[in-house]
Design a protein around this ligand. Structure first.
Ligand SMILES: [Zn+2]
Length: 83
């Protein structure tokens, strides 16, 4: 009985994999446009994240976000002061 249950589970998994194999393969081959302006393949994402281009983007992103926060804080303070 219990053997049958596990058999049908693995059958289902096999069917699921068969049905989705093409989708999974396509997903792996797909190219992604990264926010840094670069492109990477699904399977190369981890490698791309370590590239100089991406690292440079991350550094700049942090600087820009810091600047944005300072600007917003200044604007908010100005508005509060003029209330
Ligand atoms: Zn990137």
């Amino acid at each position: 009985m219990s053997n049958n249950a596990s058999d049908s589970t693995s059958e289902k998994q096999k069917k699921y994999y068969e049905q989705n194999r093409e989708i999974i393969c396509k997903k792996k081959r797909k190219h992604f446009n990264c926010a840094c302006g670069g492109r990477y393949k699904y399977s190369n994402k981890a490698r791309h994240l370590k590239t100089k281009k991406h690292q440079k983007y991350l550094k700049e992103k942090v600087v820009v976000e810091k600047m944005m926060r300072e600007i917003i804080t200044e604007i908010v303070n100005n508005v509060i002061n003029h209330l």
